[in-house]
Every structure is written in C-alpha cells, then in structure tokens.
Ligand binder design. Structure first.
Ligand code: PLP
Length: 358
C-alpha cells in the first residue's frame, strides 16, 4: 500500500474490537467533562484508563485498537516496557533540571543519539529542546529570522504547524484553527501546494510547478532579501496526509539555496519512523537547514526540539531560547530509551498493526 492510499483510507481512529458491544463515539460525556473548555474538542467521549502496545482500555473495561497513536506519538505502542523502565529509573533520580540553569545528563546523551540519526552528512549537530511541536516550530522561525536577519517566512497551503499564535498563523489546513482568533501574525506568506492545485495532473509536473510558484512569490509578494525561510511539512499531515511529489523536496532545497533562504522541515508528525524511514526527508535524500521534531521522539512524554547547523545557532544570544520545562529530564530519559527498543521504524509498526487486524 502506498503512503497516498493509506492517507486516502484514513481509518476510524479508535477502532472497537467488537463494535456492537462497545459504546465508541456514542458514549455519553463523562462527569467532569463540563469543566473542560469547549475549545479543546475531541473525537470521542471515551475515558481511557490504561494503554498497552496497540491497545487502549476504558474505565469501563472496554478494549480498543488505537489507530490514533495519540496523533502520531506512541510509535512504539503504549507504555513500552523498555521506555517505562527508563522513566521509572529517572523519576527516582531527577525530575526537573531547568535548561537555563544547568545541564542534565539525559539531555547530553540524547544529543549524541539524535546526531546519529539526523538526515544529511552530519551538518545537523546543534540541538535545542522545548516541550511541544508548536514551540519547536516557533523556535525554528526565531532561529531563521535571527540567522538571516530577514523577517518573512513562506509556508504551504494545507500545512499544519500548531495552535499557538505564530503557528496558528502559519497553519492553513483548516479555518477551524484560525477563525475568530485574528489578527494573525505578520510576515507569513502562503505558497500554493501542488496537491490542491494540480490534483488531476500527473505528479511528474508537481515539483516544477511548485517551484515556479515560489519564484513568483519572490517577485510578487516577499523579496528574497526579506525572506528568511520556507517551512514545509514533507508529508502534508492534517491537510490530507499527502506525501511529497517526486522531486518536490529537492526542488525546494535548490530554490532555497538559489535565494539564500533557509529550508525548515516540520517533521513533528512525519518524524521518527512514521513513514518507514527515520525522517520523511530521508526518502528523497534531502537535508533541511532546520529540522523540527516532536511527538514520536519520546514515545508520549512532552518533548520537542529543533536540529540545525552550528553556524546558524552559535550567534543566538544566551537566554533567547529555552523554557521552564524545555528538555525535561524524564522526557529525555524516555527519548533515550525509545530507539533502544530496536523497533524504531514505522514499517515495523505498520506490519504489527496489520497483523492485529487479520
Ligand atoms: C506537522 C506538525 N507541526 C506542528 C504540530 C504542533 O505540535 P504540538 O501539538 O505538540 O504543539 C503538529 C501537531 O500535530 C504537527 O502535526
């Protein structure tokens, strides 16, 4: 099955094993639901109590096969014993070592592990950890602006980059994320995505068309001298689960090089094995200037970050990045244990889930 056909056949996210005996989406809202703000919204009223591997269990003892993986997070399944043990050990030692106060050994160890799996030929050796994917996207934009001394960023139609003020302004996968929350952040320019514009045409035409549109944007909307970065989800996520057309990533890489614009790959959702390679850009052998990661990195513990080149990060003033919970020690311990399971690829997970369905 290709990535595209998987996307088109997006299954019910929480699949009841025996539908008839399960309440599923029809379950009544639990007591206390009225105290949770309506802005959150959710697909079901299930109250999850426990997770194990690909299964989750409700407070009523119902068992569900979890296709949602917490939206691209629990790549190893729920509560993998190897990660659970690493977290237990870390909890007995140190929970919080604030990143602007001191180092902690789990973070230092993690940089070594991540450096080895980053795309490209060893350029992405500088890491900055935060807590959420949105924060990491914001950190990437801050870095691009600071390093290039240019204000604007180009994003793609249909992209999802988060719900904070800046990342909401970069998100065009659905107006539900934006409507009523304006005015939006300045300096964001939305490039057309070939998937939406050229649906009926051969994918062979998509890359050249997309790059031509980017060139037009530099002529008509944001000059190269004002454009810091192009931000792209290599696999469009919320916008339709669309893998990149052949040559698209390389075309954008070349475009960025031609105009001294940085290429930021938002791999928050596509990273850590979800496309069968460590990162989606690995399929095309393309290396971004800044790679944004989150979700699968720590198997469900809140951790995110960016990887970049040292010459870009080294001029940032000390203290201009960070955060109270940035790179939390327990989350880093979970991240360090995640590859140690030896089942780190999406292809393994995909085969496992399919075997459960048969
Ligand atoms: C591609 C992408 N970028 C950024 C984000 C935002 O991450 P978070 O929800 O952790 O802030 C998401 C979340 O789904 C995402 O899929």
């Amino acid at each position: 099955m290709t990535m595209r056909s998987l996307g088109a056949a997006w299954p019910p996210l929480l699949h009841a094993v025996r539908r008839t005996s399960h309440q599923g989406a029809a379950a009544a809202a639990p007591p206390g639901a009225e105290r949770i703000g309506a802005g959150i919204g959710r697909l079901s009223n299930l109250v999850l109590e426990r997770g194990e591997g690909s299964w989750v269990y409700t407070a009523d003892g119902e068992k569900y096969l979890d296709f949602s993986t917490g939206i691209g997070v629990t790549n190893l399944g729920h509560c993998h014993p190897h990660v659970t043990e690493a977290v237990r050990q870390q909890i007995g030692k140190l929970w919080h070592a604030q990143v602007n106060i001191a180092y902690h050994s789990q973070m230092l160890k993690l940089t070594e592990k991540l450096e080895k799996v980053m795309p490209g030929d060893g350029g992405l050796t500088s890491f900055l950890f935060v807590t959420t994917g949105s924060e990491a996207v914001e950190a990437a934009v801050k870095l691009a602006r600071h390093a290039t001394k240019k204000p604007n960023v180009i994003v793609f139609q249909g992209g999802y980059h988060g719900r904070t003020l800046l990342t909401m302004s970069m998100t065009t996968s659905g107006t539900k994320y934006r409507a009523g929350y304006g005015p939006h952040a300045a300096g964001i320019f939305v490039a057309p995505h070939p998937f939406f514009a050229l649906r009926e045409q051969s994918e062979a035409d998509h890359a050249a068309w997309a790059v031509e549109q980017l060139e037009m944007m530099l002529l008509q909307q944001t000059a190269p001298s004002e454009t810091a970065a192009v931000v792209l989800e290599p696999v469009l996520g919320e916008g339709g689960y669309v893998p990149p057309a052949p040559g698209l990533l390389q075309g954008i890489r070349d475009f960025c090089d031609r105009h001294e614009i940085l290429f930021i790959a938002d791999e928050v959702q596509s990273g850590f094995g979800r496309t069968g390679r460590m990162f989606a850009v690995d399929h095309d052998g393309v290396c971004p200037d800044i790679l944004v990661f989150a979700k699968g990195v720590a198997s469900g513990f809140p951790l995110a970050g960016i990887a970049s080149r040292r010459e870009l990060t080294s001029t940032q003033p000390a203290g201009s990045q960070g955060g109270t919970y940035a790179g939390n020690a327990v989350a880093c311990a979970a991240a360090n244990a995640t590859p140690g399971t030896g089942i780190f690829t999406g292809s393994w997970r995909g085969a496992h889930v399919l075997s459960l369905l048969r």
